[in-house]
Design a protein around this ligand. Structure first.
Ligand code: GTP
Ligand code: SPV
Ligand code: MN
Length: 605
């Protein structure tokens, strides 16, 4: 091991706690060397060159995707592992019925055993990072230690990293220690594989100590610990304690033809359309969307009594398949600017990337397994959860205020899921508590973003099921408390439920989605401004078909009516499912939500 971890002179910080922790981890994991990441471009060049050398990355053609790389993982390490994700609260009851739990001491003992010597033969990277702008009043620091250069490179895209972070941290700032190892030590002279990982995986969170321990996986949500582990699971606990919200939400800025500006936050489960909505290209003249964030929002009350949101991240880690100039041109333009990592997509013979949904495939590709692929192959060229990782600053429609530490005042919150039936295109909640009920009962078909069966309907409260760092019943109570915390309830964001994924009897999507979703946003804005009427249905306020602007849209009246339809039979079938769901929370379920369920039941004919 080099002296870098041991000698305070070699470390670019004098923060005693940080130095002690780095030393302790190095002693436990016994890496060949320790590197402090400074966040510089030279460092990116070094890391990527080394990953190319190792075979983990392939450099893409400079003219097509400058400074960009193609990676493919071990075929077993392609998504978040929810079964192996744990909330290790001191008291099991605090993890609630929706999380895996293990006692902190037991998990630490188990994982300390796994970590012992686990970085042998590898470089240990120390990555200081900050979630959210560095000039925030109360910046949220973290330090990730990892033995993966791929993780170090990805963290530079996804978060604010390096020396500027250490400078603001000084000697005594609090930080979340986030320890990661791929769990693949190398014996002397042992050749490495292109994607080291371990069949044993643990993604553990210690909410009281505010620590993260991750082992065995190199995949995004399991290894880029600033993202889901910190900014949702740990931050949701911070938010509970400090009176704010950490949510799985995009943030967008919508400007109407008249120049009115509204900021909208929207929570959809993984692979259900956040990145696409965040970068939406409106199909109606005069409307513009600008992007602030595509996955995570932290929201707190401002001095004026409105709820303000910031995006703690600094890059996009987006689903590749389905992304195209037709569906999400702004994502494509972000990627054209280069400086990106692509994981588990296909590689073209001329050094570019390809994935399903990107038009006609070329005659030959290298698929995500590294095998030859031709259009008559019966396999997908790209994994359904293949991802691009790209800097937010390259987004051509990035809102200037994305970096403002005060955040932006949210006018509307959307909760959405992927449901073939039942849930209408859009419905407005009658008030905050009803909106919390909509969020609490949100359901969606599972996707490839997590390991497991795809297409199964499950309840996913606020799209946070895999990300709530404490008891989900308390989390719903916290949402209700935020409503009460508002000095002036009329200043609270209005809450809506949306569903882009409803299908007709023939299996077609009833609504064209993507850029056309701007028409739904227009109705939302008109509701805020009091200029659109709505039908007061048992489930909420639903548009009259004529109040959705369909000018220039090719959608039949029948399809639009079906997309908006509130079907009493379908909703009656939902009631026992919601009852069963709520029952799981026992006396932790806030009574107001039972009241909302009663109201719904009694309103249904
Ligand atoms: P995570 O990054 O996993 O949190 O996903 P996300 O919520 O950001 O989802 P994303 O925008 O990447 O979309 C996931 C998939 O849904 C992609 O394949 C999209 O092409 C598809 N999709 C997004 N929006 C729409 C829509 O409005 N209609 C339809 N039919 N599909 C959509
Ligand atoms: C998600 O699964 O919701 C993602 C990707 O945004 S990951 O970073 O893997 O969590
Ligand atoms: Mn996500």
């Amino acid at each position: 091991m080099t002296d870098m971890a041991m000698s305070p002179d070699a470390a670019p910080t004098t923060h005693p706690k940080l130095l002690a922790w780095v030393r302790e981890v190095a002693e436990l994991t016994t890496p060949a060397q320790v590197r402090w990441c400074d966040g510089s471009d030279e460092e990116w060049q070094r890391l990527t060159a080394q990953l190319v050398e190792a075979g983990t990355l392939v450099r893409l053609d400079e003219a097509k995707k400058p400074n960009s790389f193609w990676a493919r993982t071990d075929p077993s390490d392609v998504a978040r592992v929810e079964q192996q994700t744990f909330i290790c609260s001191a008291d099991e009851a605090d993890a609630g019925p929706t999380n895996n739990w293990m006692a902190p001491a037991d998990m630490k003992q188990l994982m300390t055993g796994l970590y012992r010597g686990c970085m042998a033969g590898r470089t240990m990277y120390v990555i200081p990072f900050c979630m959210g702008p560095l000039d925030a009043e109360d910046p949220k620091f973290g330090v990730e230690i990892t033995d993966s250069a791929y993780v170090a490179a990805s963290m530079k895209i996804m978060t604010r990293v390096g020396i500027p972070v250490l400078d603001v941290m000084g000697e005594d700032a609090d930080f979340v220690p986030a320890l990661h190892s791929v769990g693949a030590p190398l014996a002397d002279g042992q050749a490495d594989v292109i994607w080291p990982c371990n069949d044993t995986k643990y993604i553990a969170h210690f909410p009281e100590a505010r620590e993260i321990w991750s082992y065995g996986s190199g995949y995004g949500g399991n290894s880029l610990l600033g993202k889901k582990c910190y900014s949702l699971r740990i931050a949701s606990v911070m938010g509970r304690d400090e009176g704010w919200l950490a949510e799985h939400m995009l943030i967008l800025k919508l400007t109407s033809p008249g120049g009115a500006v509204h900021y909208i936050a929207a929570a959809f489960p993984s692979a259900c359309g956040k990145t696409n909505l965040a970068m939406l290209q409106p199909t109606m003249d005069g409307w513009t969307v600008e992007t602030l964030g595509d996955d995570i929002a932290w929201m707190r009350f401002g001095d004026d009594g409105r709820l303000y949101a910031i995006n703690p991240e600094y890059g996009f880690f987006g689903v590749a398949p389905g992304t195209d100039y037709a569906t999400n041109p702004n994502a494509m333009r972000t990627l054209e600017r280069g400086n990106s990592l692509f994981t588990n997509v296909a590689l073209t013979d001329d050094g570019d990337v390809f994935w399903e949904g990107m038009g006609t495939p070329p005659a030959h590709l290298t698929d995500w397994h590294g095998n030859d692929w031709t259009p008559d192959s019966d396999k997908l060229s790209s994994h359904p959860n293949s991802r691009f990782c790209t800097p937010i600053r390259q987004c051509p429609i990035l809102a200037a205020e994305y970096d403002d530490p005060r955040g932006v005042p949210i006018s509307a919150i959307l909760f959405g899921g992927r449901r073939k039936t039942t849930i209408p295109l859009v419905a407005q909640a009658r008030d905050w508590n009803h909106g919390v009920f909509m969020g609490a009962t949100l359901s969606s078909e599972t996707t490839a973003a997590a390991v497991g069966q795809v297409g199964v309907v499950r309840r996913d409260p606020m799209a946070m099921l895999p990300f709530i760092g404490y008891h989900a019943g308390d989390y719903l109570g916290h949402w209700l408390a935020i409503g009460k915390q508002a000095d002036n309830p009329t200043m609270l964001p209005k809450i809506f439920q949306v569903n882009w994924f409803r299908r007709g009897a023939d299996g077609r999507f009833l609504w064209p989605g993507y850029g056309e979703n701007s028409r739904v946003l227009k109705w939302v804005i008109e509701r805020l401004e009091g200029t659109a009427d709505a039908v007061d249905t048992p489930i909420g306020l639903v548009p009259y078909p004529a109040t959705i602007d369909t000018d220039g849209l090719e959608v039949t009246d029948a399809d639009l009516a079906a997309a908006l339809h509130v079907d009493a039979d379908e909703w009656r079938a939902e009631i026992p499912q919601i009852t069963e769901w709520f029952t799981r929370f026992g006396d932790k379920l806030p009574a107001q939500l039972w009241t909302e369920l009663d109201t719904l039941t009694h309103r249904l004919p």
